[in-house]
Design a protein around this ligand. Structure first.
Ligand code: KG4
Ligand code: ZN
Length: 406
């Protein structure tokens, strides 16, 4: 089946079209088309993501991205006469009532193009920034209603989980259950155990900042732009190269918070505060000092994540280790896990490609497909009230006890 996927949970507007077959353990996935517009530059002056700006940008970007993706996938069908029935028009108007600009553009699109040969629509429903989530969610619902297609609301974090299934050369990958997932993004840091029915048990999570958030805050302390993760890791790499060449170890030490605690929880705000004190103590930082702080911060973070995740792997006997979320774009983190997993030959390590590490719509399409194959009858939008699918900024992953409602 062909799935059109939409992602607008934060500051990336993204649409993807995938062709999917196979069962939930080893789906065959082919990416037919993809469009991603990053709003990073627009939010940069605010030092973070400004929700109402994100909402406006998503409204402007969705239709051009959809057209691009349909053209790329050879699925664009033009038509001359407008033939939207009154009832459908009313429903779409209701669904997109709060996204007026997008409503007009959607009508325009629908009146100029036939239904493309797709079989379902998936869109992120949460977690994320609610004003941003609503735009993609309502757009997805409107297209489903107009084209008479199933609508699959997707959990953004589950999208990250299944981002590991699409390989570099379209070789679809496998997950064996139970699987352990380390989810590390700008808003989340948690370790989950996933059973074969796709129920999640959260073993531990951050008690304060998410890892990505810590990277972003430390970057700000070092005077680096938002989002800080890639900048920190670039500086850290310079520090590491210098250390390897000179064999001189910088005299900078940061704590490894909660590394020996007996649970699977994390805490990163103390690490960030330690960087703050260090920066205050050192005064004006040289480039070299910035690089050394970035390296020590990166090392501290990765050490804590690795130690706890590997202990969870041993204690649960999970067969696959999934590491996903924007922070998995970090090269040192990937290399660390790739090396350490060799001590566990019975475990498959699954990490997304760099392109699928940070937010994108491809992962939403994959997760949408997995949920759809598992239970297709849940997603008939014509039989349900579209207003009963709200954006949920804090939407949790599906636990056993919430199974019936998801
Ligand atoms: O998953 P994502 O794209 O968005 C959320 O759902 O939050 O993750 C974004 C986070 C940001 O905090 C960003 O700084 C971090 O991922 N990130 C990185 C790297 N690339 C992105 N953190 C560390 N190293 C990187 N190379
Ligand atoms: Zn994300």
């Amino acid at each position: 089946m062909k799935i059109l996927a939409i992602e607008t949970s934060c500051d990336e507007t993204a649409i993807a079209l995938l062709e999917c077959t196979g069962d939930i353990t080893k789906p065959q996935l082919t990416l037919l088309g993809e469009g991603l517009y990053s709003q990073v530059a627009k939010h940069a002056p605010y030092g973070g993501v400004y929700p109402n700006l994100a909402k406006r940008e998503h409204q402007l970007n969705l239709i051009p991205l959809l057209k691009k993706v349909l053209t790329e996938s050879n699925l664009e069908n033009s038509k001359s006469e407008a033939r939207n029935q009154k009832e459908i028009k009313e429903k779409i108007t209701e669904v997109l009532a709060r996204e007026k600009e997008l409503l007009d553009a959607t009508f325009d699109l629908l009146s100029h193009s036939e239904k493309p040969a797709i079989d379902a629509i998936a869109a992120t429903v949460g977690p994320g920034l609610e004003p941003a989530l609503w735009v993609g969610l309502n757009f997805g619902k409107a297209l489903s209603i107009a084209w008479g297609l199933p609508f699959i609301p997707v959990n953004h974090m589950e999208g990250h989980v299944f981002s590991v299934l699409l390989g570099q050369e379209d070789h679809s990958k496998k997950i064996e259950y139970p699987a352990l997932a380390l989810l590390i993004s700008g808003g989340h840091t948690e370790i989950d155990l996933i059973d074969a029915s796709l129920n999640y048990t959260t073993l531990g999570r951050t008690r304060d900042d998410a890892v990505g958030e810590a990277f972003d805050k430390v970057a700000r302390l070092l005077g680096l732009p938002y989002p800080g993760g890639p900048h920190i890791s670039a500086l850290a790499e310079i520090s590491r190269m210098r250390r390897d060449q000179t064999h001189i170890h910088a005299d900078i030490q940061l704590p490894r918070p909660m590394i020996n605690s007996s649970n699977y929880d994390f805490s990163f705000s103390g690490l960030k505060t330690a960087v703050l004190y260090l920066v205050q103590k050192l005064g004006t930082l040289s480039e070299q000092q910035k690089q050394d702080i970035a390296r020590e911060f990166e090392d501290a973070t990765i050490e804590v994540l690795a130690k706890k995740t590997l202990r969870a792997l041993e204690e649960t006997g999970a067969r696959t280790l999934i590491i996903a979320g924007g922070v998995v774009a970090n090269k040192t983190l990937r290399a660390t896990f790739e090396k350490k997993i060799r001590e566990y030959p019975q475990v498959m390590l699954r990490i997304p490609t760099f392109a699928l590490a940070t937010d994108n719509a491809v992962m939403i399409g994959i997760a949408g497909y997995i949920r759809f194959v598992k239970n297709p009858s849940l997603f008939d939008i014509a039989a349900s009230n579209p207003n009963a699918i709200p954006a949920e900024g804090n939407r949790p992953l599906q636990h056993k006890d919430t199974n019936a409602s998801r």
